[in-house]
Design a protein around this ligand. Structure first.
Ligand SMILES: *[C@@H]1O[C@H](CO)[C@@H](O)[C@H](O)[C@H]1NC(C)=O
Ligand SMILES: *[C@@H]1O[C@H](CO)[C@@H](O)[C@H](O)[C@H]1NC(C)=O
Ligand SMILES: *[C@@H]1O[C@H](CO)[C@@H](O)[C@H](O)[C@H]1NC(C)=O
Ligand SMILES: *[C@@H]1O[C@H](CO)[C@@H](O)[C@H](O)[C@H]1NC(C)=O
Ligand SMILES: *[C@@H]1O[C@H](CO)[C@@H](O)[C@H](O)[C@H]1NC(C)=O
Ligand SMILES: *[C@@H]1O[C@H](CO)[C@@H](O)[C@H](O)[C@H]1NC(C)=O
Length: 330
């Protein structure tokens, strides 16, 4: 018994030294450094402004008990091994004047404000029946403390559902920071933030149809937006959009269709696209699609789908399924 045990430990030890254990396994349970499954759904990634490490924010375990729901945070230096930093915002922190909890807390995204030296968090904040359609805004001095709730409101006075934040940063210069959200589930609206990132300043660009899971990124002088259609927790065909101009003001968005050739987007819904430094072509980036597999086989077991985009050209963009892949192969 004990000899077998020792052998197992030895084999695991050698395996860990010599194997390439740096794979991403789309759709499988992803464990943190404590061996517990990562619970950070509707992922938002923040690149640390000081040391370029990664902070992963997301929704806590998708239980049916709303009062448990909050925002968890994980930390990583390599995007593969994640350490649990615990809950950074819970029901206790939230306050809406005319509505008592528990609240729906979804799609958290965090951004660093250089001027105020604060980490600013935005999330979809709602009543249990999704009638309020607010955003919640919270701030913190460090990325992994309990965030201080600042405000609950409808940005630009427009009911807001699925949302994301986009930092328009080119060659290390922040040109603007934007909220993108589903306005009333009727159209997609993009608004620039105020300098403190605590408010919006009016719509600058729209897509005239409802979409969810918005994830904006920038490549080769074009903005792109990955989206899903609206079918609740069930997967549907993704739709990728591209702009005709190098600016998010008055930008027109054109559909490039579904880049996955999968009518259910590999059973996932988009939440974020992360540019990642390329190993194959040093000095350039490749782009990681991040999505949620909400039913594996149910919400409680939701997993993550991370896959690299392929750009055959600016407008011929595809996403291919891989059981496993390594960041250093791209
Ligand atoms: C994650 O941890 C569980 C036990 O906590 C284990 O059964 C499972 O194999 C682990 N998964 C991976 C992918 O390592
Ligand atoms: C925040 O993260 C840093 C870096 O990993 C760690 O040293 C610190 O203990 C964390 N603080 C909290 C409150 O979790
Ligand atoms: C946000 O901006 C709107 C429009 O200018 C304004 O009415 C509202 O009071 C602002 N909210 C805060 C918290 O500053
Ligand atoms: C797209 O999917 C269809 C149906 O599954 C398949 O026949 C076709 O080969 C796929 N095309 C590509 C480019 O993968
Ligand atoms: C789903 O998650 C729950 C709670 O974590 C667990 O008890 C259950 O076994 C999981 N189901 C499957 C099919 O993995
Ligand atoms: C996109 O590029 C691939 C690879 O070069 C090619 O096979 C495919 O035909 C292209 N699709 C379109 C619509 O041009």
């Amino acid at each position: 018994m004990s000899i077998i045990f020792c052998l197992r430990v030895l084999i695991l030890f050698i395996f860990n030294i010599y194997c390439n254990c740096e794979y991403i396994y789309p759709g499988l349970v992803w464990n943190d450094t404590d061996g517990k499954s990562i619970q950070a759904h509707a992922t938002g990634i923040l690149i640390d402004p000081n040391d370029e490490s990664y902070w992963w924010y997301g929704e806590s375990l998708k239980t049916s008990t709303l009062s448990d729901h909050g925002i968890n945070c994980y930390h990583s230096k390599d995007l593969i091994h994640w350490t649990n930093m615990g809950e950074v915002l819970g029901q206790k922190q939230v306050f809406i004047k005319d509505l008592s909890g528990p609240y729906v807390i979804e799609r958290p995204k965090v951004i660093w404000n250089e001027k105020t030296k604060l980490y600013v968090m935005w999330f979809h904040l709602d009543s249990i029946d999704y009638k309020y359609r607010y955003v919640g805004v919270a701030t913190s001095l460090i990325p992994n403390a309990t965030f201080k709730f600042v405000n609950a409101f409808q940005p630009d006075g427009i009911p807001s559902l699925d949302m994301n934040i986009y930092e328009d940063k080119i060659n290390n210069i922040v040109r603007g920071v934007y909220l993108v959200r589903s306005c009333h589930n009727e159209y997609v609206g993009i608004s620039q933030f105020t300098d403190d990132y605590l408010n919006t300043t009016g719509i600058t660009s729209t897509i005239g149809e409802p979409r969810e899971g918005h994830a904006i990124f920038y490549r080769n002088n074009h903005y792109y937006m990955m989206t899903s259609h609206l079918t609740g927790w069930s997967p549907n065909p993704a739709e990728l959009f591209i702009t005709n101009q190098d600016n998010l003001h008055n930008a027109k968005w054109y559909s490039l269709g579904n880049p996955t050739n999968s009518s259910i987007t590999f059973n996932s819904q988009s939440t974020f696209v992360l540019p990642f430094p390329s190993t194959k072509y040093p000095g350039t980036y490749f782009y990681i699609y991040m999505g949620d597999r909400w039913n594996y086989p149910n919400l409680l077991n939701a997993t993550y789908i991370w896959l690299p985009f392929t750009f055959n050209s600016d407008t011929n963009v595809t996403l291919q399924w891989k059981d496993q892949w390594s960041l250093t192969d791209y």
